[in-house]
Design a binder for this molecule. Structure first.
Ligand code: TIU
Length: 220
């Protein structure tokens, strides 16, 4: 069996049952004028991880392993947007409002799209999700079950919101989860560091963390 060097101990790779899940690498979280910026965040932190996310995606493609993309987004009529989510905080633009890249986090709008460098290719699954977690109100669980996937490698943004929510639920659903450290980012460096620490604490209570280079060397 191949093992990926990881923390808190080596990750026992099942090459026939692993998929990469890239969480929400959308313009709305990475570019000025989008949802992340409307919340007052420095979005340049997100842009900086794009090369490492790209390397990881390309490595999985080269290895013939599945790549799944998620997008946080809502229907144009906002019927899947709870008032509690729309009204939260004090953003300059709320979800569904018209911004410089179209309506914020609405399906089909330019700002809601995945960054072009990381765009899905034919055959890759794209999960549109109305929540922070990728299992809530989506077909992700069924898709993974149908394909016999039992291990998930996670990348994307933001580490402590959509990535961590998804990884925690995946762990409860019985998947072995590995977070790619350089391929995830938060608007808050201290939250990224805390998330990595808490995931792998207590003997991998939620999962493992590993470096992109080590993941790529092991899968290929
Ligand atoms: N605001 C923030 O940190 N994240 C989100 O709203 N969504 C995701 O993490 N994708």
């Amino acid at each position: 069996m191949r093992e990926i060097p990881a923390q808190p101990f080596a990750f026992p790779l099942q090459r026939d049952a692993v998929a990469l899940v890239v969480i929400d690498m959308q313009r709305d979280f990475a570019e000025p004028g989008g949802f992340g910026a409307s919340l007052g965040n420095d979005v340049s932190r997100i842009t900086r991880i794009v090369p490492d996310v790209k390397r990881l995606i390309e490595g999985f493609r080269k290895a013939g392993l599945p790549v799944i993309h998620t997008m946080e987004c809502h229907r144009p009529d906002l019927s899947d947007l709870p008032a509690a989510k729309r009204n939260r905080g004090n953003p300059t633009l709320r979800i569904g409002d018209e911004g410089p890249m179209g309506r914020i986090l609405i399906v089909g709008e330019p700002g809601t799209a995945i960054l072009p460098e990381l765009a899905p290719i034919d055959g890759e699954t794209v999960i549109e999700k109305p929540g922070k977690g990728a299992f809530y109100a989506t077909e992700l669980g069924d898709i993974l079950g149908d394909r016999g996937i039992r291990q998930l490698v996670f990348a994307g943004v933001t580490t402590e919101v959509c990535v961590q929510t998804t990884m925690r639920e995946a762990n409860d659903r019985g998947y072995e989860c590995l977070l790619a450290e350089e391929a995830t980012e938060s608007y808050f460096p201290e939250f990224k560091a805390a998330t990595i620490a808490m995931i792998r604490a207590q003997g991998a209570i939620v999962g493992w963390t590993a470096h992109v280079d080590d993941i790529l060397e092991t899968i290929n």
